[in-house]
Design a protein. Structure first.
Lengths: 323, 150, 344
């Protein structure tokens, strides 16, 4: 994975020198171990800051919406999931395809820093290195080696599109395979077979910790509304307390708003300060539109979004006939 | 709880009637409900009607907020596909409703709380049957507890 | 101020004895992180922790608090105040930085003419038993914000972890009164006290962050209109609000009414200046419409306005914002960058 870093930097350097883009958005090393941070490069001298490694978890599509990046030709480093988010935004006419230079990175899966920290806790990790398929973490008085494949992000384990489906250049030229996967379709089916009581218990337990900070919404590349439903006061839809009812209401409605658009990138889970993992819910959202409308978000920028269109013969098995 | 408390709860349940909020589109379903009334067709009095211009007008927030506010069930009814006064409002509603129902039932809300039907202006009889079916369904589910705001 | 010893195996007994008279809050492990929670059984407590995810400000200033309820009828409106701050509480195992955060929150909630009765009552009724830090984290910078890993300021009782036992020190009359009621304490030896002093030195040496904050407010004033300075940081920020929600000294709140036809309640909620809605005016104009204004606000509020107006630094150096930021925004970088600006 890290071997693509050099080619990526070359490509960015050329783009800037040839003035094909005004700005490139990528990743730079974080200030603490296991992290990277968004990096905004406008000059060749800054290109050395850009990195590509197992900690490049953020979905950078979000930054295309920033006012300071509008009206610019922007190059952006995307993994498979990020590229799909970009496709959704292009399909919804929020981002102009021809103003974006897409630097596609084939991705074997990104490490989950929270899982690694939990494995080492309460000790603090002061250094981390990825060598081949091992993660070596070091701290005061300890060093431990962890197998990379046991510490991938949940969204990566459930991923089907780790190679960007859209790009102007694919760094390395070749799609690659995911390091490991889990059968989340099976997990989802197993969950769907449970009773409503069991499922309600699962979600209320999962979401009980939510502090309504809305980091999930802010991190989501598809939550780009200038005024979110949460902030509407006339009328006020969502109660702002942390009562279970208000928490469930918020998550149900955010799920509804990203249904048919969610590409399962996991940005919501990563941003959550309370470590709430929404992968099962996002997987269901993908399944709903696949089964009902044979639609998968983020693959074809020309295809109208599932919730932005309709067909006369849409499934309607739920309609009450009154018999 | 004490036997007396259990008994009084049981009594309450026996006398409990579900409260259903019905969103009816002006051109078809509302007219259909009207026809049922004019034709003196009996149907359970458990519904309260909100008239909307089109089923496509319905913001899913209305439905979830209704459940949160304590309505035991919700019915959305519109024109048959192809007959919408605004051409395709009901088709929009159909997708929206399908997604919403799938999501909340996935998360554990009892199937049957959210209901959707097509009732045309001439279908007074059908309207009464739809209401009967919905009321029976919700009655079996019991008073709403999940999602309700205390 | 006499030192005592509590053997770690006696911690449960101490908590039991405290629970007889007080509601006890202490760190518990939840999922993969720690939070303060009401203790219902002593085994819940886990003091082998660095710091909690949510700061203990939530115990004085909850994320959502009903201020009063009201009912509307033909006769008018009846208001019922909620009085939920009466219980006597002990917070056990709280870190020095978090204790200092309460002193800063006091300046906001308990200052001058307008005293916040909800916060104040809780403060009066709460005993603070602090746990001094043997191993500050790499992101801790309390020594740059007038604190220290072994600061006892604001505590009633302090605990120092000596390995198999805690050195217990009462710091005031309230602390004395509590310790008198505890049966499981032993006398501390000279050796114990010496060991504790050694740990202090080691802990201080572990703090690698040295940030010049004292004179920074002048530089920030000069940087106010320097858009380029703030843009370099705001361009990363996604405005998620995690920093404010998890900050022990952030205290901004929103007040909302939740109404039904027959009445309602007034609720105070955590809010953050990082949300655009924070400064959105009824006219639709937003003076802080961009990320750079908002990030400037947060940084200057803590490191410029507070020092200037209250002679306090509005930060305790706990490092939660650094560890939990979704994009790895680092306040240390911002402060050092400001320090490097010429002039001021």
């Amino acid at each position: 994975m890290e071997n693509l870093q050099g080619s990526m930097r070359e490509i960015v350097k050329n783009l800037l020198n040839e003035q094909q883009v005004d700005l490139v958005i990528g990743y730079e090393n974080g200030t603490i171990p296991l992290r990277t941070s968004p990096c905004f490069v406008t000059k060749e001298a800054e290109v050395q800051k850009l990195v590509w490694n197992s900690w490049c978890d953020l979905d950078l599509t979000k930054f295309l919406f920033k006012p300071e990046n509008q009206n610019k030709k922007v190059g952006i480093i995307v993994k498979g999931c990020d590229a799909r988010a970009l496709v959704v935004c292009i399909a919804e006419k929020q981002i102009e395809r021809n103003k974006t230079f897409i630097i596609g990175m084939p991705c074997p899966g990104i490490l989950d820093r929270k899982k690694i920290e939990a494995a080492i806790a309460p000790k603090e990790i002061l250094e981390a290195e990825v060598i081949e398929d091992q993660v070596i973490v070091k701290g005061k008085d300890f060093e431990q080696t962890l197998p990379k494949k046991d510490y991938l992000q949940t969204s990566c384990l459930a991923c089907h599109y780790n190679n960007p489906p859209i790009y102007d250049v694919l760094v390395g030229g070749e799609p690659i395979e995911l390091l490991t996967t889990e059968d989340w379709d099976a997990k989802l089916s197993e969950f769907e077979a449970k009773s409503p009581e069991e499922r309600w218990a699962y979600f209320t337990t999962l979401l009980r910790d939510c502090i309504k900070c809305y980091a999930c919404r802010n991190a989501c590349p598809l939550c780009y509304c200038k005024e979110c439903f949460v902030d509407q006061t006339q009328p006020q839809w969502v109660g702002k307390t942390i009562d279970l009812s208000d928490i469930m209401f918020y998550h149900i409605m955010r799920a509804f708003h990203v249904a048919g658009r969610c590409i399962g990138c996991g940005a919501c889970t990563r941003a959550c300060p309370m470590n709430i993992d929404l992968r099962l819910l996002s997987k269901k959202l993908e399944r709903i539109v696949k089964e009902r409308y044979n639609f998968e978000a983020g693959l074809n920028p020309e295809e109208p979004p599932a919730m932005g269109t309709h067909k006369v013969d849409d499934p309607q098995e739920f309609v009450t006939e009154g018999n | 709880m004490t036997t007396a408390e259990k008994d009084s709860q049981g009594e309450e349940l026996k006398t409990w009637e579900p409260r259903i909020l019905a969103f009816l589109c002006n051109w078809c379903s509302y007219a259909g409900a009207d026809l049922a009334g004019i034709s003196r067709i009996q149907y359970p009095p458990n519904i309260r009607v909100v008239r909307v211009p089109c089923s496509g007008r319905i913001n899913p927030f209305y439905l979830i907020k209704s459940l949160q506010a304590g309505w035991d069930g919700v019915l959305v009814s519109g024109c048959h596909p192809g007959d919408c006064h605004y051409i395709s409002g009901n088709l929009v509603a159909r997708r929206r409703f399908a997604i919403l129902k799938d999501i909340i039932e996935f998360m554990g809300i009892d199937p049957g709380r959210l209901n959707f039907s097509w009732v045309s202006a001439a279908e007074g009889e059908k309207f009464s049957k739809v209401v009967k079916e919905v009321v029976e369904k919700v009655k079996k589910l019991g008073p709403i507890e999940k999602l309700i705001k205390v | 101020m006499k030192e005592k010893i509590l053997l770690k195996e006696q911690l449960s007994k101490l908590v039991e004895e405290l629970m007889n008279k007080y509601t006890v809050f202490a760190p518990i492990k939840k999922n993969e992180f720690y939070i303060f929670d009401k203790i219902t059984s002593p085994e819940m407590i886990d003091l082998e922790y660095s710091n909690t995810k949510i700061p203990p400000k939530e115990l004085f200033f909850p994320p959502a608090e009903t201020l009063f309820t009201y009912t509307k009828s033909g006769e008018g409106i009846e208001i019922v105040e909620t009085n939920n701050s009466d219980e006597n509480r002990v917070i056990l195992g709280i870190r020095p930085c978090d204790v200092l955060s309460f002193l800063l929150l006091d300046k906001f909630f308990n200052s001058g003419k307008f005293q916040d009765p909800y916060y104040q009552k809780r403060r009066e009724n709460t005993i603070l038993i602090g746990l001094l830090c043997n191993e500050p984290q790499s992101t801790c910078f309390c020594t740059s914000t007038r604190g220290s890993p072994f600061s006892e300021v604001g505590m009633d009782i302090s605990l120092t972890d000596l390995g198999e036992k805690y050195l217990v020190k009462s710091l005031n009359i309230k602390g004395d009164q509590i310790l008198e009621q505890i049966s499981v304490l032993e006398h501390a030896s000279e050796r114990d006290i010496f060991d504790a002093t050694q740990l202090t030195k080691e802990a201080l040496a572990m703090i690698k962050n040295e940030i010049q904050i004292e004179d920074l407010y002048n530089k920030f004033e000069k940087l106010f209109n320097n858009d380029a300075f703030w843009l370099q940081f705001s361009q990363k920020c996604i405005g998620c609000g995690s920093c404010s929600y998890l900050c022990p000294t952030c205290h901004c709140f929103d007040v909302v009414d939740e109404e039904t036809p027959s009445g309602g309640k007034r609720i105070r909620l955590w809010d953050t200046c990082q949300f655009p809605l924070f400064t959105l005016q009824g006219s639709g104009y937003n003076p802080r419409s961009g990320g750079k204004e908002r990030i400037r606000q947060r940084v200057m509020h803590k490191f410029s306005y507070y020092p200037k107006l209250l002679s306090e630094i509005g930060c305790v150096g706990c490092g939660r914002c650094i560890r939990n930021c979704s994009v790895n925004q680092d306040i240390r970088i911002i402060l050092n960058a400001a320090q490097e600006i010429e002039g001021g």
